[in-house]
Design a protein around this ligand. Sequence first.
Ligand code: SIN
Length: 538
Amino acid sequence: MDGLVQGGASEQTDYLVLGSGIAGLSFALRAAEHGRVLILTKHRSADSNTAWAQGGIAAVLDPTDSVEAHIADTLTVGDGLCHADVVSTYLSQAPAAVRELRERYGVRFDVTADGEWALAREGGHSARRVAHAKDTTGREIERGLLGAVLAHPQITVREGWMGVDLLTLAKYGGPDVCFGAYVLNGDTGQVHTILARATILATGGAGKVYLYTSNPDVATGDGVAMAYRAGAQVGNMEFFQFHPTCLYHPEAKSFLISEALRGEGGVLKLRSGETFMERYHPMKSLAPRDVVARAIDFELKRTGDEHVVLDMRHLPPEFLSERFPAIFARCLEFGIDMRKQAIPVVPAAHYSCGGVVTDVDGRTRVAGLLAIGEVAMTGLHGACRLASNSLLEGLVMGQRAADVVRDATVEFPPQVTPWISGDARDPNEAVVVTQNWDEVRRLMWNYVGIVRTDRRLERARRRIELIREEIREYYWDFKVTADLLELRNLALCAHLIIDCAQRRRESRGLHYNADHPERSPEFLGDTVVQRDSGPNAR
Ligand code: SIN
């Protein structure tokens, strides 16, 4: 084959973890009790969706609340597609796991004057059950876990490294077994081969597939794309959650206005000051997210306004700055004083309820490959995720996955081919990457957003195939870079979202198709897709 070996060194570890959010860190701390863990993270360790989570982590921590009520709320919001066994397992484990964050890893959750958990309420919850650290809960959890990870002698963390593709025996004529990954060292541009007894995808979500998102730049769907290429099943990608309230300001990129504000009494209004949520759901501004996001979308289209507002002005001014210091400060930077002005907000892509299909312990159909946290589709969220159930899923899954890989074994092929890049010239056509990147995100926003139609989905499908073709040509001609890898992954995720959305000819949870506005019993199941694995799967 023509081409240059872009390959760096080959090495071996017990557990290779891609991603450093709550799921990856929770896995690493538990797995390090029985093996060596190598965590690779694309940017800095603390750059993850987890660190951006504001609201908190849901768990039953108040004696007047019950796990049964938490389960019931999750199932209601999940709109018929939650896997009841998974819901019950995770939510029963959640209280102990959250307590452990505080007691073992020193996470500073807010407490009441009596030293009890200060619990917030969010959309779709029938009780206050969201443990939080002001409005920067994710950052505080990440701080606690990362501190322990960095101090652990069995765990190595490398920043600026990203997965390129998974290594599977299928590529050597064997079964669907994963034994590590090709990974790019962003500093040297070399692709290394890392062999592992178990490979764990903890790469988070794919919010960057949409033009407007609450997610950080790292959320490019890398894990879903790599797993799909390696022959794992991917499911329910049509259920992309749009958070109803992101800050609307020309210079405010991706800034979330937490649902916890509505939990404390914030009221959604039109720009005219009129309330509207009572027309859509009895829980009004605290209705489940899919309902609120669609209501806002509808009202914006009806009125022609560019945003709605979240009014907090009826709450005590000192409470606002004390309970939500980060949001308060960020709004002030943009000249918005939430004590005196209603906050302009719009919906934005927030969370992927779909992902790599796994069992309750994170196992995929490819032996040796696990997926945990947002990258996975376990059945916890069904057709719509209940607020603050995601951090708890990552936390609990990380622990469970670590327990099941304890005795994992894999036979490595006698010789592993180093990474070869097409002609391996330096990329001098970077414009292809930026052009396609913008096009994917814009077309997904316009055609595959909060409200879909058959025609829009078909248009999106045709366009994304052309873009993918162009990326494929470019990919095999040029040396890989992080930008190119992300674009390739993002475009594949876009394809998977469209594909799943076209298969679901009904409206349910987060998937709303105006041509099929009702639920249909025919679609009371997951949408699962899988590509051919084998020697030519690239
Ligand atoms: C929020 O703070 O509104 C986000 C919480 C979540 O996505 O669960």
